[in-house]
Design a protein around this ligand. Sequence first.
Ligand code: P6P
Length: 333
Amino acid sequence: MRRVTLTQFLIEQQRAGRITADLRLLIEVVARAVKAISVNVSKGALAGVLGEAGTDNVQGEAQKKLDVIANEILLQANEWGGHLAAMASEEVETVHQIPFDYPKGGFLLLFDPLDGSSNIDVNVSVGTIFSVLRMPPGGAPATEESFMQPGREQAAAGYAIYGPSTQLVLTVGNGVHGFTLDREMGSFIYTHPFMTIPEETREYAINASNARFWEPPVQRYVEELQRGADGPRGVDFNMRWVASMVSDVHRVMTRGGIFMYPMDEKCRARGGKLRLMYEANPMAMLVEQAGGAASTGRERILDVLPTELHQRVPVILGSKAEVERVVEYHRAH
Ligand code: P6P
């Protein structure tokens, strides 16, 4: 089979008028940064990159050394290219401005440099999530306000998963496309064209240890799944929870399922567990582009109007029929 690289795929998207040269450059730079992160992640203990960095991030979470390394790789890879107006990262409190001696462009890049990093030390797959917005007109220099756009405005979204293979999953608004890193060549090969999520599923993902904190609609929904063939659903379900959003969502993108980190009494004060701008929004764009649905339980994630860079939301995404059922249970409650 002729091997199509990410570069060729992007040039063809540009030739078809779906992306600009600057967006193609941005995605290629992010892909190069992801390759460098993959190299560091796969060295693990051999490179002394495991364990805590000894610092906390803006979320007050202890940073892993690889969190800091991945963040630095993404910031440094993207600041010189001239395609960005600014960046935002889970690991950085405020907007990261482009250094004055570099040209600025029309895109805003947001990312969670290493999602699920609590799994690093136990050698379980982790990932990088990124989202691309357009800089509002007349806004230079970019401020936090420039980023306050609903997820439906994203120009592109994607994630890398550092698993048995390193894969890059990407949408520019024309379906979802997966690429696998050929380490010998150092290129991403187009291996998963037009990834789609089956409307039905028998597999759900949730951290069941939070059950007593869930809201009644979620308690009802999960309890019905657990009753399986003996309950109102009439069939048995299977459960998975990797506790690495990229891994759990990649499974949904690959074979269907419903992924939930819903509102619960423990995280209600913070608005939820997962971050809107660089976790929920990019994943929601990918899921919808793959024929699935993504909701907070009360509204479409891509319609949420952001007010803060690091705000959190409840996330219920995946196979459309199941997400719609959970939304209906919220409505009925
Ligand atoms: P819990 C990882 O820290 C993360 O942000 C997501 O990747 C993951 O889905 C979730 O938190 C896991 O949360 O409460 O199960 O540890």
